[in-house]
Design a protein around this ligand. Structure first.
Ligand SMILES: [Zn+2]
Length: 228
């Protein structure tokens, strides 16, 4: 019974994903006046006198370009349908970076790194301090008074910080660092003459006549169908 329900739910989801893919693929046509492939749930009150620009767009290759923009959405339709994000992974990684202290020390020997990752996963999964449950699982007893007072101190300071933040809700302005000579700071006025000449030469090599531009546009038309 359970398997039947699971199979039918999976089947429904797969159908929904297929429909979503179809709608994403069809949406440029719908926007530009071709409703021949639209489903009833997708569009049902388009105007009869609406002009259909799609044949012209297919002719000049613009439709191919538009559909290639949606290709990434099309390939990831399953994660869109299931509302999947990588937020949980990102949050977990930020907790791990707190436990391993960034790159200050090398924790990769003697399993230190993996132990710290496990501690981070406990901290991430348990909303309250996790020491209590770890202590109980390992020693089969509740933690002693020092651990308990440490945990109480932690939660007290967390509460205080929360209240303080609510009192002073000012956003800190982050100042961006100025350009750095070691990281690609380029002052165009100080560009060496050789680079200036090379730039001019390169730009000149790209210059085409009107006929050549038309020929190039035709030969590179259509990202999907073009063999180039
Ligand atoms: Zn439509």
């Amino acid at each position: 019974m359970c398997n039947e329900i699971e199979a039918s739910t999976r089947c429904d989801t797969e159908k929904q994903i297929e429909n979503l893919k179809k709608d994403i693929y069809n949406s440029p046509k719908h926007v530009f006046g071709d409703h021949s492939s639209c489903d009833s749930y997708f569009c049902n009150n388009h105007k009869d006198d609406e002009e259909n620009y799609v044949p012209e767009m297919i002719e000049c290759g613009l439709m191919d370009d538009l559909q290639s923009c949606g290709a990434r959405l099309l390939h990831n339709a399953h994660s869109l349908m299931l509302n999947m994000t990588n937020n949980a992974a990102e949050t977990y990684n930020s907790v791990v970076s707190k436990f391993v202290g960034g790159k200050r020390q090398n924790f990769s020997i003697k399993n230190s790194y993996s132990t710290r990752c496990q501690a981070a996963s406990l901290s991430y999964n348990k909303k309250e301090p996790y020491y209590n449950s770890v202590h109980k699982a390992v020693t089969l007893r509740s933690p002693g008074k020092f651990t308990k007072s440490y945990m109480a101190r932690l939660s007290q300071s967390r509460e205080k910080r929360k209240v303080r933040r609510q009192l002073f809700r000012t956003k800190k302005q982050m100042k961006s660092a100025p350009p750095d000579a070691d990281y690609g700071m380029i002052d165009e006025n100080e560009m060496p003459i050789e680079i200036e000449e090379a730039k001019e030469k390169f730009i000149a090599s790209l210059t085409l006549s009107k006929a050549e531009i038309t020929e190039l546009e035709k030969s590179t038309r259509g990202p999907f169908s073009n063999p180039i």
